[in-house]
Design a binder for this molecule. Structure first.
Ligand code: OAD
Ligand code: ZN
Length: 257
């Protein structure tokens, strides 16, 4: 089936849905210049699987300097990023009475919020703040604090207790933020459409969310370049770039960006 036919079907499902939830992953930010993890060639873990270790709880504790050295390489792509058409499309669906209740994201880049989405649930934390890892120290840091410290020493250390500072992101091996997770599950209970955009749907427990939504009777639309484990069960799969899909959906829905 051609993509245009899929776009029409997706638009009509969006129009008839009353409670939409979107689930997004790194693919929604690639056109903003931030690499994803598993795209062929450009994905960070595809290019160098050993780097993934740094993003585990154990790996970070063992080599915080290596984590920050890699982080410093990636930083310019985050700093230069602007919300994409697809981010703006989701903000529009929330604002314009299309029934989008929230965006559940695995991304840490803050681009949904910058695009104007109000109800964003960050499943893997966010880059905008950090905290001291010292056991008895609870000092919090802004991204600006951390960036300044990173210029002075690697890894950056807490001025109060000299323990390593970490960003407030979820590392592999760590639990998801409980409050965010509960809010996400609540929204999935009530939704009648889950719109997945730019995720390989392989990292759990987020990868279970389409299952949860469908179990509650929701329809499923997936927009992603690579196939996912849910493609065979989705109501519509749009296999194209997200920005192109967003542009076409906006037109099919009779709105603008
Ligand atoms: P992945 O890199 O696993 O998947 C991104 C998906 O987006 C891929 O399937 C791509 O095909 C697709 N994609 C990339 N660019 C696209 C575009 N312009 N248009 C359409 N599709 C596009 O990223 P996530 O699923 O977000 O976790 O990864 C999940 C988690 O794994 C991340 O949150 C991170 C990572 O390790 C932690 O670090 C804990
Ligand atoms: Zn401290």
């Amino acid at each position: 089936m051609s993509t245009d036919r899929e776009i029409e079907r997706a638009a009509s499902i969006i129009k008839e849905s009353k409670a939409i939830v979107s689930l997004t992953g790194a693919g929604i930010s690639t056109s903003a210049g931030i690499p994803d993890f598993r795209s062929p060639e450009e994905g960070l873990w595809q290019k160098d699987p050993s780097k993934m270790m740094l993003f585990t709880d154990v790996g970070f504790a063992a080599d915080p300097k290596g984590f920050y050295e890699f982080g410093k390489e990636l930083l310019p792509s985050f700093q230069g990023a602007r919300p994409t058409l697809a981010h703006r499309f989701l903000a529009r669906l929330e604002r314009e009475g299309f029934g989008l209740g929230c965006v559940i994201t695995q991304n840490i880049d803050g681009l949904h919020q910058r695009a104007g989405s109000k109800n964003v649930i960050e499943m893997h934390g966010g880059l905008s703040t950090g905290r001291c890892t010292g056991r008895t120290c609870s000092k919090e840091f802004t991204l600006e604090d951390i960036l300044q410290k990173v210029e002075e020493e690697l890894p950056p250390l807490c001025p109060q207790c000299r323990a390593v500072i970490r960003p407030n992101i979820v590392l592999f091996g760590e639990a998801l933020p409980e409050e965010a997770y509960q809010r996400a599950l609540e929204s999935l209970k009530d939704c009648d459409l889950l719109l997945v955009m730019g995720s390989s749907l392989v990292v759990y427990p987020v990868a279970d969310m389409p299952e949860v939504a469908m179990g509650n009777g929701a329809k499923l639309i997936i927009i992603n370049l690579q196939p996912t484990q849910y493609n065979g069960r989705a109501d519509v799969v749009i296999n194209s770039s997200l920005d192109e899909a967003a542009r076409k959906l906006v037109k099919a829905l009779g709105t603008t960006l």
